[in-house]
Ligand binder design. Structure first.
Ligand code: GLN
Length: 287
């Protein structure tokens, strides 16, 4: 690698990463890592293709490339991930926020235009869903919980970094620490929903993510059942539940919600056209 120009390094990185993913994402990953090393925006690479980097930056770039070659997710290497309009810190304590989960945020915002509303995000991880909602609806009363204390600290840090400290973030194993006298208009969760024997768990980025955020008992449905069951105690007159789930789980999730007395049950597709979210309404008279 004699020429350490930016254009050459991107090409070298793309080539090095080409066994891992398709050409486009290999190139994008190489660009992200190079920008991370230089602490520059991606436009810098296009503006200064012939610029050379120094030896320390070069060694750093090679190290990061190597970590990526070993499969480590880009977001864990750079420690950040974009979600909605926010830049979020990520760590191995949490799932990396997915674009698919933005569908959940979109759905809540299109269903609820009330300026005041109370919302609970269960298993918030980085805080992605709760913070995205707070960024759009500054007057909503939003609670966000996670059972993992490191995730709680991370979500709080993300709230501060994005000036969204109105979100109330605390430790709770699902509803355990949530006072029963509290009620919410909307309860949302992207819970673990992957079956323990799912082959995807041994492929790609998920290999590096915490199993506790990915895997659930009962073919991946145990936490969904728990949340849908308990949520009914935390609605006032009525409430809305929105759950992310696996692309093959919509029929089962709909059945679970129906059996628990929810109505207006509807599944929404994600950006790739897969069933990803099921939402439902719960009316107090059903209790
Ligand atoms: N959608 C993620 C995946 O399939 C899983 C997210 C989750 O379990 N909540 O990789």
């Amino acid at each position: 690698m004699p020429d350490k120009s930016l254009a050459n390094l991107v090409e070298y990185g793309r080539h090095r990463l080409s066994t891992l993913s398709d050409t486009d994402s290999a190139k994008l990953d190489a660009q992200i890592l190079l920008c991370f090393v230089l602490n520059k925006a991606s436009s810098y690479l296009l503006t200064w293709p012939d610029k050379k980097i120094n030896e320390a930056q070069y060694q750093n770039f090679l190290n990061l490339l190597e970590r990526r070659v070993q499969g480590e997710p880009i977001a864990y290497i750079t420690g950040t991930k974009e979600f909605w309009s926010l830049s979020l810190f990520v760590s191995s304590a949490t799932l990396i926020p997915r674009p698919d989960t933005e569908t959940l945020v979109e759905q809540i915002l299109s269903d609820h235009c009330e300026s005041h509303l109370s919302c609970l995000d269960l298993g918030t991880g980085t805080g992605a869903i709760a913070l995205a909602l707070a960024s759009e609806m500054p007057n909503w009363q939003i609670d966000a919980v996670d059972f993992n204390a490191d995730a709680v600290l991370l979500a709080q840090k993300n709230a501060e970094n994005n000036n969204l400290t109105q979100v109330n973030i605390y430790q709770s194993d699902w509803f355990r620490q949530i006072l029963l006298e509290k009620t919410f208009d909307v309860i949302v969760s992207n819970p673990p929903y992957i079956d323990n024997i799912d082959e995807h768990l041994s492929q790609g980025d998920v290999r590096f993510e915490p199993k506790s955020a990915l895997v659930a008992e009962q073919q991946g449905l145990a936490d969904i059942i728990h949340i849908a069951t308990e949520a009914r105690k935390y609605f006032a007159e009525q409430g809305f539940l929105l759950l992310e789930h696996g692309y093959e789980q919509s029929a089962q999730v709909q059945k679970i919600l129906s059996e628990l007395g929810y109505s207006e049950i509807k599944t929404v597709k994600d950006l790739s056209g897969n069933d990803r979210i099921t939402k439902a309404r719960y009316l107090l008279k059903n209790r």
